[in-house]
Write a protein that binds this ligand. Structure first.
Ligand code: ADP
Ligand code: MG
Length: 240
């Protein structure tokens, strides 16, 4: 479903991504791990064109998104993104946060979007929070609203950038459970995470990035129990 060929991204003379090639299949759950500053966020942000690649090609569903004239709005519809810091609209209720984009883009009427929002809130375990404002929610609840909001666009692919890193430890499990249930429903997901247990349990594949390249890429069991590359071994020995 996504094919990435020789992706490069520089900021000025800082070369952050140095030639990433990768293919992600429909329904696959891929975790991306690696040290801070290795380019993980930049990689995700290139996939939905929050950053414009310097070089290389990204093809989603057979269409090149990095080509001139590619329709960014269509792409954003297909690709949902969840950030570390939730990015909810503070002056909108939970339900309004969820329905805003699909109604604005005329994917649904307000009535349809409201019905959809209710079922998404049920999915993330927050049915009773529809009319609450973000400021009254815990971090874990905010993140589950952010996931529901991304799902409201009916994306084909979900990108998660350290979705639990800003949460108090007791909130992490609820968010990971929601992500796990999405994975089990067959959602295609790319997840940048420091939750090694989760990456090991839920992913079909784990990518280890360092210095703007993919150093190692394999099934979780192989990567965690038997990493081949010295850099992977060194990283895992620090975080496991
Ligand atoms: P990670 O998510 O693995 O911690 P990032 O992709 O956030 O890594 O960052 C990799 C490098 O890219 C860092 O050196 C960072 O300073 C740089 N970088 C990221 N985004 C920008 C930006 N918008 N402008 C300039 N430099 C950036
Ligand atoms: Mg990051």
């Amino acid at each position: 479903m996504i094919k990435i060929n020789n992706l490069h991204k520089s900021f000025g003379d800082n070369q952050v991504l140095k030639g990433i090639s990768e293919q992600i299949n429909h329904g696959e759950v891929v975790s991306v791990i690696g040290p801070s500053g290795s380019g993980k966020s930049t990689f995700l942000r290139c996939i939905n064109l929050l950053e414009q690649p310097t070089e290389g090609e990204i093809i989603i569903d057979g269409q090149s998104i990095s080509a001139a004239g590619a329709c960014v709005d269509k792409l954003r519809q297909k690709v949902g993104m969840v950030f570390q810091n939730f990015n909810l609209f503070p002056h909108k209720t939970v339900k309004q946060n969820i329905t805003l984009a699909p109604v604005k883009l005329k994917l649904m009427t307000q009535v349809q979007a409201d019905i959809e929002a209710e079922s998404l809130l049920e999915l993330v375990g927050l049915k009773d929070k529809a009319d609450a404002y973000p400021s009254s929610l815990s971090g874990g609840q905010k993140q589950r609203v952010a996931i529901a909001r991304a799902l409201a666009m009916k994306p084909e692919l979900m990108l998660f950038d350290e979705p639990t890193s800003a949460l108090d430890p007791e909130m992490v499990g609820d968010v990971l459970d929601v992500m796990k249930s999405l994975a089990q429903k067959g959602m295609t997901m790319v997840i940048v995470t420091h939750e090694m247990g989760f990456a090991r349990d839920v992913s079909d594949r784990v990518i280890f990035m360092d210095g703007g390249v993919i150093v190692e890429n394999s099934e979780p069991e192989a990567l965690f129990s038997n990493p081949k590359e010295a850099r992977t071994q060194a990283f895992l020995s620090k975080v496991l």
